[in-house]
Write a protein that binds this ligand. Structure first.
Ligand code: SF4
Length: 329
């Protein structure tokens, strides 16, 4: 089958709600991102995005709650204690977080994510969610991005009115991280059995990852019922062990986004790209992240939107790609 036929076949299957198998995913990832075929792939993914999402695009706002040295020292993360990049630890107060969320929600954020380090207290997180719910009205969804948890804690999160969890099996989990893959998969299993939705990106993608590794991590998210997928690139941070390995090109990022769009059928209508590449939005991503506070891809505690990428810039980027901005039901 020619690449053109292969892409058209994948598009038809995605429109019909069929997910792609591993072999097809790897085949699409093998297309040269600088080729005409990749452009065709991107165009197909954008058509599917229009159909599956009702041509709507939304913002995922994310707040880094605590800025701390983390003993897990993942090879790609600035918080790693071993890398010595965190000079002054800090934590946002509940009032500050409520103010930030109120601002994001009033400007149309559909999700607000509380990003905490691996060992942020669980009870504290639950109280924070309750305080936010009682202070900020609106149709937004609260997402938690925290450490490992069990079935009971998953139910407690849902009872506190968190709707979604961001959790992933990272690329080279157990090699570039100190976690056993089974520990991360156990938490994903708890999310699957709970009322919480799962957001699972393929991350952090670098030039070192093979197409097979990318396909396998994507499929793990799908197996655990991810309703939001997509791709996050690894940022080569000076001072971390992976600093000398370059960031993937924008075309490669957009290509992987396009493949996740075609591969997820109707299961994950929301496909996110991070950083918010304009090309990836044209090639099928309909979600971007606006973030502030402690950011594991940077040093210091960011007191504005990261890289000045704010709600208005996000909306403009969606409009340029032909989407309608959507802030929730
Ligand atoms: S990615 Fe998470 S677990 Fe790993 S070092 Fe950073 S904060 Fe710790």
């Amino acid at each position: 089958m020619s690449n053109t036929d292969f892409i058209m076949d994948a598009k038809e299957r995605a429109l019909n709600g069929q997910k792609l198998d591993r072999e097809s995913i790897i085949g699409l990832l093998e297309i040269d991102p600088d080729s005409r075929d990749a452009e065709l792939l991107g165009k197909a993914a954008r058509e599917v995005a229009g159909y599956v999402t009702g041509n709507r695009a939304s913002v995922w706002a994310s707040i880094g709650v605590d800025y701390r040295k983390c003993a897990m020292s993942c090879n790609f993360c600035s918080f790693g204690q071993k890398w010595g990049l965190v000079e002054q630890e800090s934590e946002r107060s509940t009032e500050e977080i409520i103010g930030l969320i109120d601002n994001f929600v009033s400007r149309g954020a559909r999700w607000v994510t509380l990003r905490t380090t691996q060992f942020y207290g669980f009870d504290k997180l639950i109280q924070l969610i309750r305080d936010i719910r009682s202070s900020v009205s609106g149709d937004y969804e609260i997402v938690v991005n925290t450490g490992e948890f069990d079935d009971e804690k998953a139910m407690t999160l849902a009872d506190a009115r968190a709707q979604m969890v961001y959790h992933t099996l990272r690329l080279r989990e157990g090699t570039d991280t100190k976690f056993k893959p089974e520990e991360r998969l156990a938490t994903l299993g708890c999310v699957k059995l709970s009322p919480l939705g799962l957001a699972h990106l393929v991350e952090p993608v670098g030039i070192e990852h093979t197409n097979e590794e990318i396909a396998d991590v994507f499929m793990k998210g799908m197996e655990h019922n991810a309703i939001l997928s997509g791709v996050m690139a690894r940022v080569p941070l000076p001072g971390t062990p992976l600093a000398d390995r370059a960031q993937i090109s924008e075309k490669r990022l957009a290509q992987i986004v396009a493949v996740t769009r075609l591969a997820s059928g109707h299961q994950a209508p929301n496909i996110c790209v991070h950083p918010p590449s304009p090309l990836a939005i044209q090639w099928g991503a309909n979600i971007v992240v606006v973030e502030t506070g402690a950011i594991p891809r940077d040093t210091g505690d960011c007191d504005r939107e990261w890289h000045e990428f704010d709600m208005n810039t996000a909306k403009d980027r969606f409009t340029s790609a032909g989407y309608t901005f959507f802030s929730g039901e």
